[in-house]
Design a protein around this ligand. Structure first.
Ligand SMILES: [Zn+2]
Length: 383
């Protein structure tokens, strides 16, 4: 099966989160014709848009390999700045253009094509089970997507042995990188309370800006750790300072600063909060009135331990691409943070260089290469 044709058709579906845009319907049709049992499941929650998801499986035996992914995309921005329409699916020369080309409709198309090719070569049934876990809620808040689809599947008795998530893992060419883990992410707001007053009479006020600067300095000064065997050092970045004081002769009553921490496996969310609050308390001593408002986070750190499955995937990549992939834990969070609670998960997809950019694109040759890698993985997995 030609992955470029399916990828092109998927790119023509305007599936900006939370819209389905026809993308899941397209996959449903292709998988049903190949003998998969396909379920379309919609999840909703108060205050969020309902989102459509898809689960499909062929075979009832072990081993059970799952391809996970998403068909939703981030908005294209100003379409006039694209050299090809963001939802046109244009192929020019060897390049396929469109929002989602690499993140990650292209990889979904490759996984479908590889599965259909594998099935066609093995009498239409796998020597085990192949499933697809495809969400429409990855790029936005990710509450009505993979996390709920996994729970839904578990309640139906689905048990996955291994999963490949087709996020764009490679830096510059197919085969250079597998993601074997992700850092966690935690957001907080540092709030300093002072006393409002006239700027000419500071002795009658308590300027919270002084405390804010002191505590921000303390939180940025010390490294949170020095990295671990599998991860770079954790990092805290302040992203905004919010005082909102437009008056020149007024000392404000409160000052805030927002921050994000990307953390490695030296920490849990709880231990990290304790560490940050201790650093803040040490800097504040008795002088500064402070608190930190933590936002709830479902982005925990994880690492997929080396295993025969990882060896199999690495060998398949080497055989097809000639490259020995680097095992990486860099980058943002992904839905693998949910999947890891159910089975070992690896991330391998297209080249991520243009993801979320104007003129997002992939080489058509890359689609063929990724399909060949997925096919090789399936052939070895069931071989
Ligand atoms: Zn993605």
């Amino acid at each position: 099966m030609d992955p470029a044709a399916l990828a092109r058709d998927l790119l023509r579906c305007p599936s900006v989160t939370p819209a389905e845009g026809g993308a899941l319907g397209l996959i449903e049709g292709v998988l049903k014709r190949a003998g998969f049992a396909v379920h379309r499941v919609t999840f909703a929650e108060p205050g969020t848009a309902p989102v459509e998801n898809l689960f499909a499986r062929i075979g009832s035996e072990k081993p059970h390999i799952c391809f996970a992914g998403h068909t939703d995309v981030v908005p294209p921005g100003d379409a006039a700045t694209w050299s090809h329409p963001p939802f046109g699916g244009d192929i020019a020369g060897d390049v396929l253009y469109g929002r989602g080309a690499v993140d990650m409709k292209g990889a979904v198309a490759c996984a479908v094509a590889a599965s259909l090719d594998h099935l066609a070569a093995s009498g239409g049934r796998p020597k085990g089970s192949i499933s697809f876990l495809i969400t429409g809620d990855e790029e936005s808040i990710a509450v009505n997507g993979t996390i709920k689809l996994l729970q839904w599947a578990a309640e139906r008795g689905e048990r996955f042995d291994h999963c490949i998530l087709g996020e764009p893992s490679n830096a510059s060419s197919i085969g250079d990188t597998i993601k074997v883990g992700r850092r966690g992410s935690l957001n907080g707001t540092l709030v300093i309370t002072g006393k409002q007053g006239h700027v000419a009479y500071p002795q009658l006020a308590d300027n919270p800006v002084r405390g804010l600067v002191a505590l921000m300095g303390a939180l940025m000064a010390a490294p949170l750790d020095h990295g671990s065997t599998n991860f770079d050092a954790s990092n805290l970045e302040f992203t905004s300072i919010d005082i909102g004081n437009a008056t020149v002769n007024l000392i404000p009553g409160e000052a805030r600063a927002r921050f994000n921490i990307r953390f490695n496996d030296c920490h849990s969310q709880t231990s990290l909060r304790t560490l940050i609050e201790r650093l803040a308390a040490d800097a504040a001593r008795e002088r500064v009135k402070w608190r930190i408002d933590w936002e709830p986070s479902n982005a925990d750190v994880f690492f997929t331990e080396p295993s025969p499955f990882l060896d199999l995937v690495v060998a398949a990549i080497k055989e097809v691409t000639g490259q020995a992939p680097k095992l990486s834990t860099t980058g943002g969070t992904s839905d693998a943070r949910f999947i890891k609670d159910y089975c070992p998960v690896l991330e391998f997809g297209l080249v991520g260089a243009t993801m979320h950019q104007v003129d997002e694109r992939t080489a058509v040759a890359d689609l063929a290469t990724l399909t060949a890698v997925y096919r090789k993985i399936l052939d070895r997995y069931f071989g």
